[in-house]
Write a protein of this length. Structure first.
Length: 162
């Protein structure tokens, strides 16, 4: 029993110390910030929010410009691919025509060497030559189209600047 009284006494002292510690915590808590400090913090927070909004706007503008540049590059690539395809087709046509022209001219030379005059051979040679001239003209037209396609944006820029 005596131990029980001693335990009660020790428990009471411990509770008193805990109560004193709790009271000390209330006394040691920091005072609320002064109204000026609150206003300064609010102003700083508003400035940070404004800066963040500006940075977000700049980021959005950069992304839009990048998307526009990618679209322009893709369109340019498509246009150049089409021009290259056109040139390839015209070049193939020109080669075929030149092969035909050489063959007809060879036959015409052989006939001329033998003293034979064949109006059909002359007509075929003339037709082959005309075809070669047309193929050359088509190639030149394709090249001019390429040049005009390259110049058109430059001309447009000059018009906008003027």
């Amino acid at each position: 029993m005596q131990d029980l009284g001693e335990l009660e006494q020790r428990l009471g002292l411990a509770l008193d110390r805990i109560g004193a510690g709790i009271n000390g915590l209330h006394v040691q808590s920091p005072p609320p910030p002064a109204p000026d400090a609150t206003n300064d913090l609010q102003i700083a927070l508003d400035e940070e929010r404004m800066l963040s909004a500006q940075l977000n706007e700049r980021l959005r503008a950069v992304k839009e410009k990048e998307t526009e540049t990618q679209s322009h590059t893709a369109a340019k690539l498509t246009q150049m691919s089409e021009q290259l395809d056109t040139q390839g087709a015209e070049l193939k046509r020109m080669r075929n025509t030149n092969v035909q022209l050489r063959e007809v001219l060879r036959i015409l030379r052989e006939a001329s060497a033998q003293g034979l005059s064949d109006p059909n051979l002359v007509n075929r040679a003339m037709q082959a030559e005309l075809d070669a001239l047309r193929a050359t003209r088509q190639t030149e037209v394709a090249q001019m189209d390429e040049i005009l396609a390259e110049l058109a944006p430059l001309i447009e820029e000059v018009r906008e600047d003027a």
